[in-house]
Design a protein around this ligand. Structure first.
Ligand SMILES: [Zn+2]
Ligand SMILES: [Zn+2]
Length: 565
């Protein structure tokens, strides 16, 4: 997609990347920004932002970290739009950095004095400089292991247009990975392939009947498996649906058709091998480079299992992490295990545990999100009043929320459908009543169908929504025509309503669900243009500066890091 082509436009600056967004920001004029915005993102280090929250050049001098880097030359950036995201000092002429920490911002003369003798000068040549970007929600360890998977996404992320194309990609991947037992793929999208349905076990059997195959839907909430994989997982016509999940069946039969929803995937994941910790650690360099290329300096692992916790801990110990990584162990490890991984405010070699993660429902594009009103068109085999379903019972959800709120453990709760959002608000409200309100900043992850009354309730209970606004582009047409109908689809990720009501929010890509391209994410928040080029809910657009805040300082607040980033 030419619109988002990125290129290094500042080759003289080793740590700066430039993004040309020619005409990408259609609402630029309205937001009094230039029609063509060129953004350079500094990716020096996660400690980049501190000086932006200071007031004067002198006050911004941070002695201790800078003293450690006395021998490091000071870099002085000038002649561009330097966006501080600090309302008190929104734009400055120049910025000095030493040892990855901002030394000073201000007029060129002020910064030159603060920079001392012989700073390295970097002429931005009119480009815009932004602070390091923050991934408000995503999954770096999952992204990392996908290096072993076939890319079966549809354009622009992958090559698959229909089921025969999917089979060809899997056959090629099977040949390349002939030493592995399993054939795995990620990212198929029933909303985008020609057939508009999930591939069945019998279609996947065309790739192999002897090697097990498990391919994961782009939402991460469903998968399709061949007959060999179903056999290994022991899923038969006699297997009953687990609580919070569904085994899809062939028409007029109990025979599984290969498609597993939500918790029904657990049995498959149990037999599906994943790369061992040393292998995962060795793959991390490539994954970090990908995130860094998009200007990210803080990354979330927002549903970490025990093996992935070991991977991150090991990568940190070996000094391999150069971007800050914050892990949130997932509820699937069980409450007792969660208690063994308490959160920490301090990074250790760029790694810390940030809190815990709950999953309350599924995905709207996969039609498993838990809604209060029926889907516009129900999925395969479901009645017209189908509304999706909860992942946890109310009691179980309350138990996890009580643990988090009662122990001041930062909480992320995945809630896509408004019924799941109701459950989060209800359980947090109950815990707040029991333990007293405090500065705990629980985050509603995705919050895509949050209603106006829920925005007000989030304000009351201190909940921060992190909106998956990239959906307006990736699945906007599908949401309007198949999932929600035009009225509900037009107000998914209600950024404008939230800002107007004074509710702080963040936005995310949920990588690997969509690539970690932060400029594309910003573009979706500001424009809400679907794949087919139609605007979805113009009245919910964010301004450019609101969008930038949602991936910088407001995201830092979500992580309790607003004093440092
Ligand atoms: Zn999620
Ligand atoms: Zn996620």
């Amino acid at each position: 997609m030419g619109l988002w082509n990125t290129c290094i436009v500042l080759p003289a600056i080793p740590f700066a990347l430039g993004f040309n967004l020619n005409c990408a920001f259609h609402t630029m004029e309205k937001n009094s920004m230039r029609a063509t915005l060129t953004i350079a993102v500094l990716i020096l280090s996660a400690q980049l932002l501190p000086a932006f929250s200071g007031k004067s050049v002198e006050a911004e001098e941070r002695k201790s970290p800078i003293d450690e880097h006395r021998s490091v030359p000071t870099e002085l950036y000038f002649n561009g739009d330097i966006v501080t995201v600090n309302e008190k000092q929104p734009e400055v002429e120049a910025l000095a950095v030493r040892g990855g920490v901002i030394l000073a911002v201000g007029t060129f003369e002020e910064v030159k004095v603060a920079a001392g003798e012989n700073p390295k000068l970097y002429d931005l040549q009119g480009h815009t400089l932004l602070p390091g970007l923050i991934d408000a929600h995503g999954h770096i360890t999952y992204t990392n292991i996908l290096q072993f998977s076939a890319n079966i996404a549809s354009p622009p992320v992958g090559p698959v247009d229909d089921i025969s194309g999917l089979i060809s990609v899997l056959k090629a991947h099977a040949a390349e990975s002939s030493d592995a037992d399993w054939i795995v793929g990620f990212g198929y999208d029933d909303s985008l392939i020609k057939e508009n349905r999930h591939p069945t076990r019998w279609e996947l059997d065309q790739v192999s009947k002897t090697r097990p195959i498990a391919i994961t839907h782009v939402s991460g909430h469903l998968m399709s498996c061949n007959s060999k994989a179903l056999e290994l997982a022991g899923i038969t016509k006699d297997t009953v649906d687990p609580s919070g999940g569904h085994i899809r069946r062939a028409l007029d039969s109990q025979e599984p058709n290969g498609v597993l929803e939500e918790t029904a995937m657990h049995r498959m994941r149990f037999v599906l091998p994943s790369p061992d910790v040393p292998t995962q650690v060795s793959m991390m360099e490539k994954t970090l480079a990908e995130y860094a290329s998009f200007g990210l300096t803080t990354i979330q692992d927002g549903a970490t299992g025990v093996q992935s916790l070991n991977t991150l801990e090991s990568a940190a110990k070996q000094g391999l992490l150069y971007l800050d990584v914050v892990a949130f162990p997932h509820m699937s490890v069980g409450l007792n295990t969660l208690k063994r991984y308490p959160p920490s405010d301090e990074y250790d070699n760029h790694y810390r545990i940030g809190g815990i993660k709950l999953t309350l429902d599924g995905s709207p594009q996969g039609k498993t999100a838990w809604l209060t009103e029926p889907y516009h068109h129900p999925p395969h085999g479901q009645p017209s009043d189908y509304k999706g379903y909860a992942t946890l019972t109310e009691e179980k959800a309350q138990e996890f929320v009580d643990y988090a709120i009662g122990n001041n453990v930062p909480l992320l709760a995945h809630a896509n459908g408004d019924a799941a959002a109701d459950q989060m608000i209800r359980t947090v409200k109950s815990a707040n009543a029991q333990f007293g309100k405090g500065d705990r900043r629980p985050v509603m992850i995705h919050a895509q169908t949050a209603r106006e009354d829920q925005i007000e309730a989030m304000l009351d209970e201190g909940i921060i929504p992190s909106y998956f606004v990239a959906h307006t582009y990736y699945w906007g047409d599908w949401h309007r025509d198949s999932v929600f109908g035009v009225k509900r689809a037009s107000r998914i990720s209600p950024l404008r309503s939230s800002a107007d009501k004074g509710l702080l929010y963040t936005i995310h890509n949920d990588t690997p669900i969509v690539p970690a391209d932060m400029m594309r994410l910003l573009w979706t928040a500001v424009n809400r243009i679907t794949r087919s080029g139609k605007v979805l809910g113009e009245s919910q657009r964010a301004t450019v500066m609101e969008g930038i805040r949602a991936i910088t300082i407001d995201a830092a607040y979500q992580f309790f890091e607003e004093d440092a980033k």
